[in-house]
Design a protein around this ligand. Structure first.
Ligand code: ZN
Length: 242
């Protein structure tokens, strides 16, 4: 099976996206899957949609994508996230608005035995966060594939469930076992929140799942955000990865 990459939560951060795609290509990997949230928070939504559309084999919607086109409620969005969504609505071209309306909430690829969803396989449209192992255990019942890739929390982690139902976690890499299944949070390309400002994605090669970090030009994205008058808090957090 050819190696492949899974990316998520680009959030209109073009420079982070370009750095990640270059890192993937330098490794000789051509298949890229996308787990949702192209837009929201960042300054270059139209360019990011063009690239994701062209480069990704599978792409699905995140809560910010659906919020931008009015497909999901936004009352749980904080003030800054909401301001960025309003800005995104005004900045997206009609064509890109129509693109987002076509995005589905989940997809699977039988060729690699994987399921893709932005938040949780159990309730894809509820936008819950998958943080605890007990919550993960419930979610393992909601897909049948060996692998489920998610984003949404912006915190990369690999959760393994073995054939006896025992669970374990890994934060940087794991060797897949024959009888185990996995939920992989691939982290965020455009707004990491685990204290590491570098862009995050997952690379699957043979039995190995690797969580990769890629440095990018944070200053450039921050400058563009300032020019777009996006909220200061959203600009600053990119420096800290939080
Ligand atoms: Zn997100």
């Amino acid at each position: 099976m050819a190696p492949y990459a899974v990316i998520s939560d680009v959030h209109s951060n073009l420079h982070a996206l370009l750095a990640v795609i270059e890192d993937i290509e330098v490794r000789g990997v051509s298949d890229i899957y996308f787990c949702g949230d192209i837009v929201g928070y960042g300054p270059r939504p139209n360019e990011c949609i063009d690239i994701i559309k062209r480069r990704c084999k599978v792409l699905i919607a995140g809560n910010h994508d659906w919020a931008a086109v009015g497909y999901t409620e936004t009352e749980y969005f904080n003030e800054n996230a909401m301001a960025a969504i309003e800005w995104t609505r005004q900045t997206l071209s009609d064509e890109h608005m129509d693109d987002i309306k076509e995005f589905k909430l989940f997809k699977s690829d039988p060729e690699i035995n994987a399921f893709f969803v932005h938040a949780t396989p159990k309730d894809p449209d509820q936008w819950d966060y998958l943080f605890s192992l007990s919550n993960a255990a419930v979610n393992f019942k909601s897909f049948k594939q060996k692998l489920c890739f998610v984003g949404h929390s912006h915190t990369p982690v690999i959760i393994e469930m073995d054939s006896a139902g025992n669970m374990s976690t890994a934060w940087d890499r794991t060797e897949m076992q024959e009888a185990s299944r996995y939920i992989v949070n691939v982290g965020s390309v455009g707004q990491p929140r685990d204290g590491d400002p570098r862009a995050s994605y997952a690379l699957v090669s043979g039995a190995e799942i690797l969580l990769v970090r890629v440095p990018y030009d944070v200053d450039k994205t921050q400058q563009e955000m300032a020019e777009a008058k996006l909220p200061v808090r959203l600009i600053e957090r990119l420096s800290y990865g939080h």
